[in-house]
Design a protein around this ligand. Structure first.
Ligand SMILES: [Fe+2]
Ligand SMILES: [Fe+2]
Length: 134
C-alpha cells in the first residue's frame, strides 16, 4: 500500500486538499461575523480545493494509492487552523491562506521536479492545480 513515490505523493496531496477544505470551511463560518468582505474569495477558493481533491482522488486507484488512514487528523488540523484564524479576523485569515498556499506551491514544485516525464498524466494534473492555486 502506497509503496511507490507517486502513490505517496498522491496520498499526501489528497490529505492536504482535505485539510485545506476544512480550513476554508471553518474560515467561512467565522468570516461571516469577522470579515464578511472575504466571503466571496474564501468560497471561490473552497470550490477550487474541492475540485483538487476530486482530481487527486481520481489518479489514485491506477497508482495503487490509498487515502491516508489518518484523514481525521487532516480534518481536525484544518478545522482548528481555519477556526482560530477565522476568529482572529481578516488579517489572520489572509496570513494563514498565504502561508498554506505558499507551502503547497513549494511541495508541488518538488513533486513536479521529481516526476519529470515519469508520469505525464499526473504531472499535467499537478501543474494545472498549481496554476489554479496562484
Ligand atoms: Fe488545492
Ligand atoms: Fe489551495
Amino acid at each position: 500500500m502506497n509503496r511507490s513515490i507517486p502513490a505517496r505523493i498522491l496520498r499526501v496531496n489528497h490529505g492536504g486538499e482535505h485539510g485545506a477544505i476544512r480550513i476554508y470551511r471553518a474560515q467561512i463560518a467565522m468570516a461571516k461575523f469577522r470579515a464578511p468582505d472575504l466571503l466571496p474569495f474564501l468560497r471561490g477558493t473552497l470550490a477550487h480545493e474541492q475540485e483538487h481533491l476530486v482530481r487527486f482522488r481520481a489518479l489514485m486507484p491506477q497508482r495503487a494509492a490509498k487515502p491516508c488512514r489518518l484523514m481525521w487528523i487532516w480534518s481536525v488540523g484544518g478545522l482548528l487552523l481555519g477556526g482560530a484564524t477565522g476568529l482572529l479576523g481578516r488579517k489572520a485569515i489572509l496570513v494563514c491562506t498565504e502561508a498554506v498556499e505558499r507551502t503547497v506551491h513549494r511541495h508541488l514544485d518538488e513533486q513536479l521536479a521529481w516526476l519529470g516525464d515519469r508520469d505525464p498524466q499526473m504531472s499535467a494534473v499537478i501543474s494545472e492545480i498549481q496554476r489554479q492555486e496562484l
